[in-house]
Design a protein around this ligand. Structure first.
Ligand code: AMP
Length: 278
């Protein structure tokens, strides 16, 4: 596995490799969720490139950026074991050179949900993803459904900018108790970790009600809120039942809907989602 720190090095390492080339973009602190992406890429592509870069421009909160875990040596070991061919681990200066100003604005879809609660988040995400796409020039890139809005925003960017890249969405990998795997889970205290089980329970409550025939979106939101209210350590950022294509809040379910939420446990903010009637 070739580990590259610069754009020039990674371009050189990928020059003339066998295609399709699959890319997995991460912020490191790798877990089974990331590995599901890597394994899918390894199974479907002749060459696999990964990136580890904690992108500062997608963090609104300086504390979140400072406490984001960075176990670089462990991550490289994991990627090597998974048979990744090339890894890019760029510096901030490599991604955002002095005077950087070429931002990508994701538009309305990036302003709902996560975008509303983390202003500028998807501007940072789109900008870094486009830059990494331009550096790696992959044929396919793998993203987790755990970040459902991110998949939508990236797909739209790829479509609107006519990038020749297939975006592949991979199902969310969960712990045995249902908690979606996340690099931030390690920041939870023991009590918060136990409390965080409520997220999947709440989404499942909405999922089951919809499966039983409930079509009123507000009733489903209320079911999520009342399950979350059972857990005193949970502070809600948002609960949403939205159209899965444009993320507009629904009144009535007429087909698949995206149930999503963001909840804080102490200093740690977690997100999760489930598709209803999918
Ligand atoms: P991150 O390192 O958090 O930026 O995530 C890198 C990629 O891994 C993104 O496409 C995420 O959606 C994906 N990912 C993170 N957690 C999970 C999970 N639990 N299951 C599936 N994919 C995930």
């Amino acid at each position: 596995m070739k580990v590259c720190a610069t754009i020039a090095e990674v371009r050189d390492a990928l020059h003339g490799v066998e295609r399709p080339l699959g890319a997995v973009l991460t912020m490191g602190a790798l877990h089974q969720g990331h590995l599901a992406l890597v394994r899918r890429a390894r199974a479907e592509c002749k060459t696999v490139a990964a990136t580890i870069y904690v992108n500062p421009t997608q963090f609104g909160d300086a504390r979140d950026l400072d406490t984001y875990p960075r176990p670089m040596q462990d991550d490289l070991r994991v990627l090597r074991r998974e048979g990744v061919d090339v890894v890019l681990v760029p510096s901030d200066a490599e991604i955002y050179p002095e005077g950087f100003s070429a931002w990508i604005e994701p538009g309305e879809i990036g302003e709902r949900l996560e975008g509303e609660h983390r202003p500028g988040h998807f501007r940072g995400v789109c900008t870094v993803v486009l830059k990494l796409f331009n550096i790696l020039a992959p044929d396919r890139s793998y993203f987790g459904r755990k970040d459902a809005q991110q998949v939508l925003v990236i797909r739209r960017m790829v479509d609107h900018l006519a990038l020749p890249i297939d975006i592949i969405a991979v199902p969310t990998v969960r712990e045995r108790d249902g908690l979606a795997m996340s690099s931030r889970n390690g920041n939870l205290t023991t009590q918060e970790r136990r409390a965080a089980r409520v997220l999947h329970r709440a989404l499942t409550a909405a999922h089951d009600l919809a499966a039983e025939g409930e079509r009123n979106a507000q009733t489903l939101r209320t079911a999520i809120h009342s399950t979350l209210a059972e857990e005193p350590l949970a502070t809600i950022d948002y609960v949403s039942i939205a159209n899965p294509d444009d993320l507009k809040e629904l009144t009535t379910l007429e087909g698949p809907a995206l149930a999503s939420l963001a909840v804080r446990f102490g200093q740690t903010r977690l997100i999760d989602n489930l598709t209803l009637l999918g």
